[in-house]
Design a protein around this ligand. Structure first.
Ligand SMILES: C[S@@+](CC[C@H](N)C(=O)[O-])C[C@H]1O[C@@H](n2cnc3c(N)ncnc32)[C@H](O)[C@@H]1O
Length: 275
């Protein structure tokens, strides 16, 4: 494929989704876009990209972005954040919100749903008093296929083996052939919607916790800063931000500081942490 076509793909991905794909990753374009080009009826990646260049942004462009994003996720990913949630953060938040009896949580790159469903199971399992609270959980992603799978809540044996403890699997899922179906009660606790973090966000209100784990690693510095700025505006003074294990706000936004919980990837607004 001609190098200006790679250039077009890289440029488009950066402008559309904020994702940086360096020149060394051209093999990724070949491997991931090839099947999409074929499915879209083109004889080569080159022909597919040529068509995208010549047409207004539409379905093909969206499929290009979806093919080049990484959807890797798992239940209770990294373990520690969920332990801190269970033993420290949720008890604190529940005490602070006891008057209002309301909690709002946003999962800003929810992929196929394992992250929001892990928290939902944790809420049901360990905080039964919350059943009478108003719990709003919004889970968003830019990829339509992963959102569709998330809404379905059906996972392969391999997917549940990655992080779902056996007692919780047996309690909250039913075996359907070779797959496991999450029960309707947990599914109904999460609303999944399409949202591109690199575009305008709809009005969403404030959130007590924002999970934006393992997505900003793919973004350039200015995209990360813009997103952190907007999240800061959505978090109340005593809210919590969760980043992935290898991510940080350091050198990006000094209005956040790391919360003193080992390996949790949890951040708070600086003024509160200092108080
Ligand atoms: C690696 S997964 C992380 C899933 C989950 N947060 C976790 O940590 O397990 C990253 C997700 O971010 C989504 N994504 C990538 N760029 C995005 C953007 N600009 N806006 C919204 N979602 C995006 C991808 O579609 C993918 O599902």
């Amino acid at each position: 494929m001609a190098s200006d076509r790679y250039e077009y793909v890289r440029e488009f991905l950066r402008n559309e989704a904020g994702i940086v794909l360096d020149a060394g990753k051209d093999y990724l374009i070949e491997a991931r876009v090839g099947p999409v080009a074929k499915a879209e009826g083109h004889e080569s990646i080159d022909a597919f990209i040529r068509t995208l260049k010549d047409t207004r942004q539409g379905d093909g462009h969206r499929k290009l972005v979806e093919a080049l994003t990484t959807h890797e996720t798992s239940f209770f990913r990294d373990f520690d954040p969920f332990e801190v949630l269970r033993h420290k953060i949720l008890p604190d938040l529940i005490a602070a919100r006891r008057g209002r009896r309301e909690l709002r949580i946003w999962y800003a790159a929810s992929s196929t749903g394992q992250e929001p469903y892990s928290v939902s199971i944790l809420l049901r399992e360990y905080f039964p008093e919350l059943t009478s609270w108003k719990i709003t959980q919004l889970a968003t992603d830019l990829s339509r296929p992963v959102l569709a799978k998330a809404r379905e809540g059906r996972y392969s044996q391999l997917e549940v083996n990655r992080g779902m403890p056996a007692p919780l699997l047996l309690k909250y899922f039913k075996k359907h052939g070779l797959e496991w179906q999450l029960n309707d009660e947990i599914r109904s606790m999460v609303r999944f919607e399409e949202l591109n973090l690199n575009a305008k966000w709809p009005p969403m209100g404030a959130f007590d916790m924002v999970f934006i784990r393992n997505v900003m690693i793919y973004f350039d510095v200015s995209a990360k800063q813009a997103i952190l700025r907007r999240i800061h505006d959505l978090l109340p003074a005593d809210g919590y931000l969760f980043l992935g294990a290898v991510e940080s706000t350091i050198n990006l936004d000094d209005r956040f500081v790391r919360a003193p919980y080992e390996r949790s990837g949890c951040y708070r607004r600086a003024a509160v942490a200092a108080a």
